[in-house]
Ligand binder design. Sequence first.
Ligand code: SAM
Length: 249
Amino acid sequence: MPVTEKSVKEVYTALLPQTMVVADLGCSSGPNALVFVSNVINAIAEHSRNDFNQLFRSLEQFKRSAEMDRNGDTLPPYYVSGLPDSYYVRLFPRQSVHLFHSSYCLHWRSQVPEGLEGKREVYLNGENMYIAKNTPPSVVKLFQEQFRKDFSLFLRLRHEELAFGGQMVLTFLGRKDEDVYSGDLNHLFGLLSQSLQSLVVEGLVEEEKVSSFNLPAYGPSVGDVTALVKESGAFEIAHIKLFEQNWDP
Ligand SMILES: C[S@@+](CC[C@H](N)C(=O)[O-])C[C@H]1O[C@@H](n2cnc3c(N)ncnc32)[C@H](O)[C@@H]1O
């Protein structure tokens, strides 16, 4: 059984098949054949545990510790659910949510900036994966336009879902200065691009793969965010604050 399990895991990891086909050659006519099948299924289930399953498994523990915090007092009744979809689509019924929260997510775009994802545009942003000093202004525009599209869509969708008087608390990565070429994300992803470039030099990664790779990310300035919220006409900003992260604690 351990040998079979190891094989199953190795094949699954190497191929990540959408559907995994397993054949038992010369199977038994009775339960033995099903024991094998059940081992395979369990090995895959064990190996492909997803984040959501993990999350819901931790709910019991959460309930116990929440009750402990309240010294045994009962909590208000609550119900936890998970929606496996992107927040760039409608997720909830109209006016059904009172508070939205999002932490360290909204700097991710719904896709690589439109116009920068095809093979033909391979060298538009050189070896960079994000906005760098030598990124042409036309490419910067594509990153900004993708942010404008995504964030406006996000605001429109959440506005439909939020109950009247509801609020959102959003924290995400951005940049301190208005200058789109300078910011922690530019620096961080610049270092990552350099690392990939060294792998190219060492012949470990194909140059074209690095040149054609751009991140679906954008770190907006406070001004970028404020302008889009105003433009949406859907929300008022009650509080907006920039805080700096210590990269070297
Ligand atoms: C850095 S983690 C933040 C996790 C957590 N909120 C926290 O603060 O620790 C970013 C998460 O956003 C998710 N994410 C990125 N784009 C998304 C999208 N369009 N819809 C839903 N989730 C998304 C990623 O899968 C990832 O789980």
